[in-house]
Design a protein around this ligand. Structure first.
Ligand SMILES: Nc1ncnc2c1ncn2[C@@H]1O[C@H](COP(=O)(O)OP(=O)(O)O)[C@@H](O)[C@H]1O
Ligand SMILES: CSC[C@H]1O[C@H](OP(=O)(O)O)[C@H](O)[C@@H]1O
Length: 415
């Protein structure tokens, strides 16, 4: 068991990683969580890059279950050679609590959190499926665009200077300062994939294309601008890592998990992350062995979802602006349109970076990795890199979501 005692101000905090048995004992000690005679069993179910996740269930009559998520003082997939702040668990639990206030029911309920142990005890969503897995199985989610578009509009608008007083907003931004997790994004999304870094891991069949990308100064200048926006533009409280592996779905409902990268940044980074991951699944379809009709039908569904996500976000954002904007300039004609245009262009640029990092960089996605033949996978990866570059380079000419779809369609036609 890892044990660490460290000074934080005048308080001495004791952290230890919980074994499955200790997690059970801890769960038993939380009042009103389980019946007295509960027969608790625990299983580690984490599949993410960073943390431990346990499911604890009463095998007795209540059948009740909960999730324990504990941060480690290092990156789980790498080991203790890469230390990482435990404060991410505080950020995650506070973000979940706030998101649940801003859009009730959109995230798992937090039952308990313990900052000393970097532990969150939350609602078990085992009836839901990680959305990425559902998309790999070509499932469709009729309510998803409405729910995620509303989540994005509410969480982004209501934490921004548009809705909060400048003092309140800056206090919130300070409490969500998340330097170590931002540093991961700055490196693994914006920097490492765009030069010959030892952390990169790409299909050797892409070598020529990757080399061209590394030599493309026009592209790298645009990525530098986008990175600077990520580092300096504290527009709203972001989820910070809103890919389809951070979303759990049923056919009817959507829940957002894992906001440990939450911080004040540009709104378009969250919307772009989501759109990038829908487009990664779209691109992967170029490498799947499928009847053309089945491929085209699912790709059309994904593009329609992209359009609907943006349209719902925009409509909800405009409603909130109309009803709740406090900012002195909110009623100036044209400001809401100009604001949303900037958010759209940021969205497009960040989506491009997020697509490219998942092909060239360290962390890949099962949408593409599920294609076992490297030559077929390269078809999907090539399309993802092509769309990613187009999005980054052409973002300042994008004035509507339909233009994004046209750009994706022309990249696909050129394959
Ligand atoms: N509330 C939950 N209910 C059910 N399963 C969950 C819940 N939270 C996480 N999981 C499972 O644990 C996995 C890892 O969780 P995640 O929060 O993404 O961890 P990490 O921060 O390490 O990426 C998820 O992919 C999901 O399968
Ligand atoms: C070296 S961390 C890479 C990557 O992992 C995080 O994702 P997740 O924990 O959801 O798997 C995040 O996207 C980081 O960029």
């Amino acid at each position: 068991m890892y044990n660490e005692t460290k000074e934080k101000g005048s308080i001495t905090m004791s952290y230890r990683t919980l074994s499955e048995q200790e997690a059970v004992e801890y769960a038993r000690s939380i009042p009103n969580l389980f019946p007295q005679d509960a027969q608790l069993v625990s299983r580690e179910i984490g599949d993410g890059n960073l943390n431990f996740v346990f499911r604890i269930q009463d095998e007795g009559p209540s059948g009740k279950s909960i999730i324990f998520k504990q941060a480690l003082p290092y990156v789980r997939v790498i080991g203790d050679s890469w230390p990482l702040t435990l404060d991410r668990a505080r950020i995650e639990s506070e973000a979940l609590l706030l998101e649940n206030e801003l859009y009730p029911g959109s995230v798992p309920e937090v039952y308990h959190h313990d900052n000393e142990l970097a532990l969150i005890v939350m609602e078990d969503l085992s009836k839901y499926q990680i959305m990425r897995k559902g998309l790999v199985e070509r499932k469709r989610y009729p309510n998803f665009a409405k729910q995620i578009g509303t989540f994005l509009a509410r969480t982004l608008f209501l934490t921004s200077d548009l809705a909060l007083s400048p003092v309140e907003k800056k206090r919130k931004a300070a409490s969500f300062t998340n330097p170590e997790l931002c540093n991961i994004t700055e490196n693994f999304v914006f920097t490492y994939p765009f030069h010959d870094d030892p952390s990169n891991a790409y299909n050797p069949l892409l070598s020529n294309m990757v080399q061209q990308i590394w030599n493309d100064n026009e592209l790298k200048l645009e990525i530098a601008r986008l990175k600077e926006g990520f580092m300096t533009r504290g527009q709203a409280l972001l989820h910070g890592d809103l890919h389809t592996g951070s979303i759990m779905v049923t056919e009817e409902d959507t829940k957002i998990i894992d906001p440990e990268f939450a911080y004040y940044g540009p709104m378009g980074f969250d919307i772009g992350a989501l759109i990038a991951n829908l487009l990664l699944n779209y691109s992967a379809h170029e490498g799947h062995t499928l009847e053309p009709q089945e491929r085209e039908s699912y790709q059309a569904y994904l593009l329609d979802t992209v359009v609907q996500v943006w349209n719902v976000f925009e409509a909800e954002f405009r409603n909130l602006w109309e009803e709740k904007a406090q900012e002195a300039y909110a009623k100036i004609p044209g400001y809401v349109d100009a604001y949303l245009q900037d958010v759209l262009q940021d969205t497009v640029g960040y989506a491009g970076c997020k697509m490219m990092r998942r092909v060239i960089g360290l962390a890949h996605v099962s949408d593409l990795e599920s294609i076992s033949d490297p030559a077929l996978r390269a078809k999907g990866e090539t399309l993802a890199l092509t769309i990613g570059q187009e999005l980054i380079l052409k973002r300042s000419s994008i004035t509507s979501i339909d233009k994004v779809i046209a750009l994706v369609a022309s990249s696909t036609a050129q394959q």
